[in-house]
Design a protein around this ligand. Structure first.
Ligand SMILES: [Zn+2]
Length: 128
């Protein structure tokens, strides 16, 4: 009953172009920070990864017991950490697409935060 899988990372990190790192933004104050405006465009977020999984059912008379290509699936599996524990859920195709979008949103948000941190350090160091 091992969930044997055709595991593929279906999550593709969307590389977002933030445009030029405008020096003037550093001096306009945080309210006009162009990265804050990008955060406004991000919808729901979540963490984790998605997998497409096939498995055998354990019935020795089932075709899956003898033929790898007859294994059951694919099933959409979403795995994430919750309070340090790995939690796995089986999702419908629709849920999988939503989840993929949320994971991409989260990664975009992480990129924005990383850039905001870098710009903030730059801003602090420019102050006299
Ligand atoms: Zn089976």
């Amino acid at each position: 009953m091992l969930p044997i899988l055709r595991v593929c990372t279906v999550v593709v990190v969307q590389v977002k172009c933030f445009g030029q790192r405008a020096e003037s933004n550093l001096h306009e104050g945080v309210s006009d920070f162009y990265l804050k405006k990008q955060i406004d465009t991000i919808g729901f977020i979540c963490t984790g990864s998605l997998m497409s999984v096939y498995h055998t059912c354990g019935n020795s008379k089932c075709a899956c017991a003898h033929d790898e290509s007859a294994r059951h699936g694919p099933y959409n599996r979403w795995t994430r950490k919750v309070k340090g524990k790995t939690v796995t859920r089986t999702l419908t195709d629709k849920q999988t697409e939503l989840c993929r979008e949320c994971i991409n949103n989260y990664r975009n948000l992480e990129s924005i935060i990383k850039e905001m941190k870098e710009l903030s350090v730059q801003y602090i160091e420019e102050q006299k």
